[in-house]
Design a protein around this ligand. Structure first.
Ligand code: TXA
Ligand code: MG
Length: 327
């Protein structure tokens, strides 16, 4: 199959393909998604095939209007409505009790469904033009970093999907927060673009870090780079990083340091996370893909402060890391 690369003025072509039961990759404000008609089992099956995704890892359904929700969920608590009013459209996914019309393939057989309203203008236009709820996981092969550019999507999906809409790099760079609204208090299943601090200022929320069961499928798809990732955190991280770099050099290993710009060193390949956590969030997956492309033996990563979006970034880095050294 030839994958058509469309530009944002060709949304109608993408919408037609979706209505015909094809898979189309599209940008969101977090990462590129791989979309298909959420109500068409055969179309959704194509997503699982293209990604090599295990069948018990459920998908997020993307919508643009609350009028669409009546067909998808049986209802939601008032506190969830507060979150919809505040964070939609945006990087917050709510898990709610599903309507029987939502095919089992979308939810991995669960009686709940995950929903979000993306804020990227191209995603909104596509959802409007297709007139369908769109099931869409991140548009990477399962186990690879999520794609933040059309180039990343093509690396993984070229020849496997009907089309991609290329709207350049996504802004946010890290996936949506997945919040289970079927339990009280609500529970974060996956930290993401909307922070624990933002959520808990409005409603009672339990953090993933409090020993919560992770999202279904969280046991899969952890990105494990070819290189060994050594994540170094804590007050004495800089000294430990120096030691790690020296050890790599002594052993003749090809190593890179991933850290904020201020920690740049001239004597080692540097993967620049930028000047603050929001820049780091937008770059993290690109840097990990770059690390793979460079054929590194080791990536040494300097940990970030674990608050706000830093907490989300650290969640992803911990999952990529072979070793975490707390100093
Ligand atoms: O930002 C995002 O969320 C991106 C863009 C494309 O929207 N999508 C994304 O989808 O990251 P995916 O499939 O890579 O991750 C969805 C996560 C998985 O951890 C999945 O297990 C969880 O959401 N999830 C989906 N449905 C669920 C449900 N019914 N209950 C609990 N967790 C669910
Ligand atoms: Mg994903």
């Amino acid at each position: 199959m030839l994958t058509q690369v469309l530009n944002p003025s060709q949304i109608d072509i993408a919408a037609t393909l979706l209505r015909q039961g094809e898979c189309v990759a599209f940008p969101t404000e977090t990462v590129y998604g791989l979309g298909a008609n959420a109500l068409d089992e055969k179309a959704v099956a194509k997503i699982f095939r293209a990604k090599g995704r295990p069948a018990d890892n459920p998908l997020i359904i993307h919508c643009h209007s609350r009028l669409q929700l009546a067909d998808l969920v049986t209802g939601w608590p008032p506190q969830a409505e507060v979150l919809m009013d505040t964070f939609w459209p945006g990087p917050l996914t709510l898990v709610l009790p599903k309507q029987p019309a939502v095919p089992d393939i979308v939810t991995g057989g669960l009686n709940t469904v995950a929903l979000r309203f993306p804020s990227h203008p191209v995603a909104i236009s596509l959802l409007q033009a297709a007139g369908l709820p769109i099931a869409a996981p991140s548009a990477n092969i399962s186990g690879r970093p999520s794609p933040t550019s059309a180039q990343h999507v093509l690396e993984d999906m070229s020849g496997k999907i009907a089309a991609i809409i290329d709207a350049g790099p996504t802004g946010g760079g890290i996936e949506s927060t997945v919040l289970d609204c079927t339990v009280s208090p609500f529970r974060i299943l996956r930290p993401g673009g909307v922070t624990y601090e933002e959520l808990s200022s409005l409603v009672a929320v339990k953090d993933t870090l409090e020993g919560a069961p992770p999202a279904p499928g969280a046991q899969y798809g952890h990105y494990s780079p070819v290189a060994r990732v050594v994540l170094v955190t804590g007050d004495r991280a800089k000294a430990e990083i120096n030691r790690q770099i020296d050890a790599c050099k002594a052993q003749g290993m090809k190593a890179a340091l991933m850290a904020f710009t201020e920690s740049r060193r001239p004597d080692i390949h540097f993967l620049d996370m930028g000047r603050d956590v929001s820049v780091a969030a937008s770059r993290i997956y690109h840097l990990l893909r770059q690390g793979d492309a460079l054929g590194l033996d080791v990536i040494i990563i300097e940990g970030l402060p674990e608050k706000g979006i830093g907490r989300t970034i650290m969640d992803r880095l911990r999952k990529a890391a072979a070793i975490v050294i707390n100093t």
